[in-house]
Design a protein around this ligand. Structure first.
Ligand code: WT7
Length: 630
């Protein structure tokens, strides 16, 4: 097999594809606003917009200004007038094997009841609700209930620890937290309520906690503050009107790592976001009416918000929701789920695919995967070898692989093929979706010639773009719209070829990508520096065969402390408590001093080369001890 091979859309993919005429690219480019207005028109609006794109206060662009809608209404109510009423909206399977199917009618009823529960707990339009739940149906239910009453949700990934949860709650001053007694992950219980109790000790804004029973684990219960979800749901009325939201009203806040440490609250607005995710979910996944769609990403990340909740439900599609790990109880769980539920479209991350490759094809062989029609990849660069394995062994050589580039900030997929028209090249995210304009530019912002590399920028606004950084509009402007004139800076490095195909190389800032999870090296450094023994820490992302990158930390200790395997283990646990297991350093190197430039900056490049084993550390130099790293 040739890694430079191009895959043309097959006749089977083209026939029946929603988009099978490449004229769509030309038409959208000729008039972006009309194109996106056409997509927005596929939603139900209480009041039509007056202006498609209001640029008067750029870069605070306002999409569909003057329009009114509700996201939950678009994901639920409008489907009840059609045959989708009895169609499965969510097919849930818990890690222990429990199952639950919710039709659109049933999901609607859960959501309206939950909306009334939230109201009864004092949540009003505009209040922020923090949601710290495992991958169980209550997670989308709570999100949609928030959307229904106009209370922006801030979902915190259940893999984050108490420190991260506390920071996020405080930044948006959430009034209510929804959590669970735990969630199942690789046979163990994630102690969500315990983490939550620890976090809430430092969160004065939180008045009440809504607690879902999931695992039966015994948890602390604070009377007057904590309420059992199921008790309140039992007594809640089912009728709940929808708030009429302005297109520009906040739908949710989702925190992500930004350069310079502190997580940023990325704000997404109702009208533009929903338009963007619904349109791309239809176009990029070539969605058909009877498809079973499975996005394996946790809803705690943007991928789950956009393609496990809002996109699929706005399109009236059936989605699989799976709680646990891919190798539980053994490494065939994904294939078992695909066969059992007849999944047609699988959307997952390269890290998972590389694990499947490592575990071996024998795990797939006993399963009938013939229902699959399309495969997607997201979150990190997928190398051609992994792409080809995915194509051949999971897709049986017949399913197009759509590699999709986007970010928490972009809300929706921006660079990805349309399966019915765009030829595929393994390792390339191909071209921007219709209505989106991207470029690779040099330091001065000038486009680089084909086959060159540079910075990835977006040249025109797109509907699901972030509206701001919560509470920090200046940072929104500084971070995204100041590096280059009239362009959004993505923070990624990229190349493009003579056909205009993009290849995303990775971040050019201090963000690292561990298994598709975005982490800030500065945030991990600050966590380490809070430990009583640490004088200074420097964190870099080292290449990792499975995860793409892994966290490597260089640590200088305070006077009187010496590095040891025990201390290294203690520091790793410390980071897990502070941020979460995903930020846990793979290695810790103790060094008496950091290597510095003459101006005093830590030479991260040198640290990186040492962690990679590319350079020998100088035994007499300040980083000598790194060679004896633990
Ligand atoms: C960063 C954004 C997109 C939702 C999940 C991650 C990297 C994302 C790709 C891809 C190469 C990718 C970029 C980007 N990234 N998709 N298909 N190929 N790199 O969202 O956590 O906001 O991270 O993920 O570096 O900037 P996120």
């Amino acid at each position: 097999m040739n890694e430079r091979q191009t895959f043309q859309p097959s006749p089977e993919t083209c026939s029946g594809a929603g988009v099978n005429d490449k004229a769509i690219y030309r038409e959208a480019a000729a008039d972006r606003e009309t194109f996106w207005a056409g997509q927005a028109g596929q939603l139900d609006w209480f009041k039509p917009w007056e202006q498609v794109l209001d640029e008067s206060n750029a870069p605070f662009y306002r999409w569909f200004a003057g329009g009114k809608l509700n996201a939950a209404y678009n994901c639920l109510d409008r489907h009840l007038k059609t045959e989708r009423k009895t169609k499965a909206a969510l097919i849930f399977e818990g890690e222990p094997g429990d199952q639950r199917v919710l039709t659109y009618q049933e999901l609607y009823r859960e959501v309206t009841k939950c909306a009334n529960v939230l109201k009864s707990m004092g949540v009003r339009r505009g209040d922020r609700v923090a949601v710290y739940l495992p991958m169980i149906p209550e997670l989308p239910v709570v999100m949609l209930a928030c959307a229904r009453i106009g209370a922006p949700h801030s979902v915190v990934f259940s893999g984050f620890g108490p420190g991260s949860l506390c920071d996020r709650i405080n930044d948006c001053r959430a009034k209510l937290v929804v959590t669970a007694d735990g969630g199942w992950r690789r046979g163990r219980i994630t102690p969500l309520k315990d983490n939550c109790d620890e976090a809430l000790a430092g969160c004065p804004s939180v008045e009440k906690v809504l607690l879902v029973r999931r695992t039966g684990k015994e948890v602390n219960f604070t009377a007057g503050r904590d309420y059992w979800y199921h008790d309140l749901m039992d007594g809640a009325p089912a009728a709940c009107p929808c708030e009429q939201m302005d297109a520009g009203d906040d739908l949710f806040i989702l925190y992500t790592s930004g350069p310079a440490g502190k997580p940023k609250g990325i704000v997404h607005s109702t009208g533009g976001y929903l338009t963007g995710v619904a349109a791309t979910h239809r176009m990029v996944f070539d969605l058909r009416d009877d498809d079973v769609f499975w996005c394996t990403a946790d809803i705690g990340w943007i991928t789950g918000h956009s393609y496990a909740v809002y996109g699929p439900l706005a399109n009236g599609c059936t989605s699989v929701l799976y709680e646990g790990g891919p190798d539980w109880p053994q490494p065939d769980r994904f294939w078992a789920l695909i066969e059992k539920y007849g999944v047609n479209i699988l959307y997952t991350v390269p890290t998972a695919i590389r694990s499947f490759m490592k575990w071996g094809t024998a795990w797939l062989e006993n399963y009938d995967l013939s229902s699959l029609r399309l495969l997607g990849s997201v979150g990190e660069p997928i190398n051609p070898e992994t792409w080809l394995w995915y194509h051949q062994h999971v897709g049986g050589g017949r399913c197009p692989v759509v590699d999709t580039w986007w970010q928490t900030e972009t809300g929706m997929i921006l660079i990805a093929p349309l399966p019915g028209v765009t030829p595929l090249k393994p390792g390339s995210v191909t071209v921007p979706v219709p209505g989106v304009e991207a470029a690779v530019v040099d330091n001065a912002g000038n486009p680089v010639p084909p086959c060159g590399g540079g910075y990835l920028v977006l040249k025109t606004p797109w509907p699901a773009m972030l509206s701001t950084i919560y509470g920090d509009p200046d940072r929104y402007v500084a971070q995204y719209w100041s590096r280059f004139e009239n362009a959004y800076f993505t923070g990624d490095g990229a190349r493009w070829d003579e056909d205009g195909y993009f290849q995303v190389m990775g971040r050019v800032d201090d963000i690292i990508n561990v298994g598709g999870h975005r982490l800030s090296t500065v945030e991990i450094e600050s966590a380490l520096a809070e430990h009583r023994t640490v004088a200074e820490a420097a964190v870099i992302g080292k290449s990792h065969k499975l995860k793409g990158q892994a966290v490597s930390a260089f640590v200088t200790l305070k006077e009187g402390f010496t590095g040891s395997p025990e201390l290294a283990a203690e520091l790793k646990t410390h980071v897990t408590r502070k941020i979460g297991a995903l930020a846990r350093p793979e290695d810790i190197f103790f060094t008496p001093e950091m290597p510095r430039t003459r101006s005093g900056k830590i030479m991260r490049r040198l640290l990186w080369e040492m962690a990679e084993g590319r350079v020998e550390a100088d035994l007499d130099g300040p980083v000598a001890a790194a060679r004896h790293g633990i």
